[in-house]
Design a protein around this ligand. Structure first.
Ligand SMILES: NC(=O)C1=CN([C@@H]2O[C@H](COP(=O)(O)OP(=O)(O)OC[C@H]3O[C@@H](n4cnc5c(N)ncnc54)[C@H](O)[C@@H]3O)[C@@H](O)[C@H]2O)[C@@H](O)CC1
Ligand SMILES: Nc1ncnc2c1ncn2[C@@H]1O[C@H](COP(=O)(O)OP(=O)(O)O)[C@@H](O)[C@H]1O
Length: 289
């Protein structure tokens, strides 16, 4: 059965922030993202998590990307990781990544990681070992093309956020029908957030959701990275993963609609999603300050 996502659905999911709360109440998320060529993707993901309300965001990124990202990002903790001559994470990064993942409440892997054998080994090893909720995006998904059975070994259902190209690469399915998405989620024991004009979310138990916010102004490189950061943030704050996927998809699209109304579909940027998200989230203030 299909559930249509709207504002009232999401309003029921987003919790009040307790007045006496401290940063530990809002989750520590780890983003394993970026490489020498893709610093923007790591920036958007980490800032998406910050703007969605995480207590502490850590970005682990190859040391070649680190000088750029350490300057671009103020709120996240930015950790340099061993990298190869290709500017991507190398196998030597694994011990540090596993140790950081142990302390995380939720883990995002993939935005701008690039593609290599070492990256694939790192993605697989993190999925095998991490105990917390995992969100897999972009090159994190690409890394599983030859290893997708590993999804069944994760401690909890992994959330995958492919666009059509990434899903086709992973599953071999072009233009999948709704039933095929549900079947994939069930067979692989994962939560699928299939991005597009009307993003669909398929849960392993057969539930299916359709998002109605968002517009073609968001069809620009970087928009998906913001979504991945928002989603891992909600997971780290303790939301049920299917609820987190539904809420992130709708809020991300709605922030995009606010950006389009203010700045045009043509001229708006993924950075504008980060800019308008706080205005949208004002509705979850429970008090006047
Ligand atoms: N500023 C940055 O650093 C950015 C880095 N990015 C990173 O770049 C890497 C490559 O990602 P891309 O998505 O660009 O490229 P991909 O390597 O996923 O390839 C895109 C190809 O997939 C196919 N495709 C089919 N349907 C598609 C759809 N709905 N959307 C997009 N492509 C579709 C097309 O043939 C297209 O050529 C990822 O790691 C990503 O995170 C992007 O997020 C863009 C911004
Ligand atoms: N025409 C559209 N209508 C609604 N949402 C869109 C549209 N085009 C793109 N989006 C949204 O923008 C995001 C694009 O993500 P993605 O394809 O991963 O791009 P990237 O990885 O380059 O950031 C997705 O969340 C998608 O749902």
């Amino acid at each position: 059965m299909m559930t249509e996502l709207d504002q009232s659905y999401v309003d029921r999911i987003i919790p009040e922030r307790a007045a006496e709360a401290n940063k530990n109440d809002f989750g520590r998320v780890l983003c394993v993202c970026g490489c020498a060529g893709y610093t923007g993707a790591a920036y958007f993901a980490a800032q998406g998590a910050v703007r969605m309300g995480s207590g502490v965001v850590t970005l682990a990124t190859p040391e070649r990307a680190w000088p750029v990202l350490a300057v671009k990002l103020n709120e996240p903790v930015v950790r340099p990781m061993p990298c190869g001559a290709d500017g991507m994470l190398s196998r030597e990064a694994l011990p540090a990544l596993l140790s950081l993942a142990e302390k995380a409440d939720a883990l995002l892997i993939g935005c701008g990681l690039g593609r290599s054998y070492a990256v694939a080994e790192i993605v697989v090893t993190l999925i095998e070992n991490a105990k917390c909720q995992i969100v897999l995006d972009a090159d994190g998904i690409n890394a599983l093309t030859a290893h997708k059975d590993i999804l069944r070994q994760a401690a909890q259902p992994v959330i995958l956020t492919p666009h059509a190209g990434e899903f086709a690469r992973l599953s071999g399915l072009e233009n999948p029908q709704q039933g095929e998405l549900t079947l994939f989620a069930r067979k692989m024991g994962c939560i699928l957030l299939y991005k597009g004009h009307r993003t669909l979310i398929a849960a392993p138990d057969g539930r299916l959701y359709r998002n109605h916010s968002g517009n073609p102004g968001m069809a620009k490189g970087g928009s998906g990275d913001v979504l991945a950061g928002m989603l891992v943030s909600l997971c780290g704050q303790g939301l049920d993963p299917v609820d987190a996927a539904c809420a992130a998809a709708w809020l991300h699209g709605r922030a995009g609609d606010m950006a389009a109304n203010a700045r045009s579909e043509y001229g708006m940027t993924p950075g504008d999603l980060l800019h308008f998200l706080p205005d949208l989230l004002k509705r979850y203030n429970t008090r006047e300050w």
